[in-house]
Unconditional design. Structure first.
Length: 208
């Protein structure tokens, strides 16, 4: 899968099932970056990945001599390297708030997603599903106020949210339709974006 078909100096080592890889692919698609996306099986990583990344982890972004291996750093780097369209607010206060939302997503919800996707501890999985369902139901009303996550504009926060929300069927989470109406509408706005559709791996297309 490639965001743009032509050859590029940028290479993205991606796990087609992983939400951290997906959020970066959404940014790449939003920016229209020419990039070679390599869909890597985590159980069979190429030797070159360990040479590039001391953690031998996915995702990994290579741009000429630069190698990045933390998804949030990749997203902010891409936003600065390719400034249009901007995915972080211009003003420092709003920019800090956006970064804080991403921080909270990664500290509160991403670990729950990881627990479910790992599929190892049934009790922990049930608890994670219950917490995610409760939290998403609780935040649903905020999307009545603004079209995106606490913002009038699509941002890096939405890239993180989109990657998680797309996986709800795979996570075994069904949100109550009546009480999450505004969240459902938000999901529709995210999933209808051309960039989002372009970002999907083959595995992710099969999740819904």
């Amino acid at each position: 899968m490639g965001v743009v078909a032509k050859r590029s100096s940028m290479t993205f080592y991606s796990n087609g099932e992983d939400h951290y890889s997906h959020r970066v692919r959404i940014v790449l698609a939003e920016k229209g970056v020419a990039v070679d996306i390599l869909d890597i099986n985590p159980a069979n990583k190429p030797e070159e990945l360990a040479e590039l990344n001391p953690y031998n982890s996915l995702p990994t972004l290579v741009d000429r001599e630069l190698v990045l291996y933390a998804s949030n750093i990749m997203m902010e780097y891409l936003d600065e390297r390719f400034p249009h369209p901007p995915l972080l607010p211009v003003y420092p206060v709003a920019r800090a708030e956006s970064r804080l939302w991403v921080y909270r997503i990664d500290n509160e919800w991403s670990p729950l997603v990881d627990t479910i996707m790992a599929g190892e501890d049934a009790k922990a999985i049930d608890a994670a599903r219950k917490r995610l369902k409760e939290d998403f139901t609780a935040i649903a009303p905020i999307f009545a106020e603004k079209p995106y996550f606490m913002s009038d504009e699509f941002s890096l926060t939405d890239c993180c949210m989109a990657a998680i929300l797309w996986r709800l069927p795979r996570l075994g989470i069904e949100l109550p339709e009546k009480s999450t109406r505004y969240l459902q509408e938000y999901m529709g706005r995210l999933f209808e974006r051309d960039s989002f559709r372009e970002s999907l791996s083959e595995t992710e297309r099969e999740m819904r």
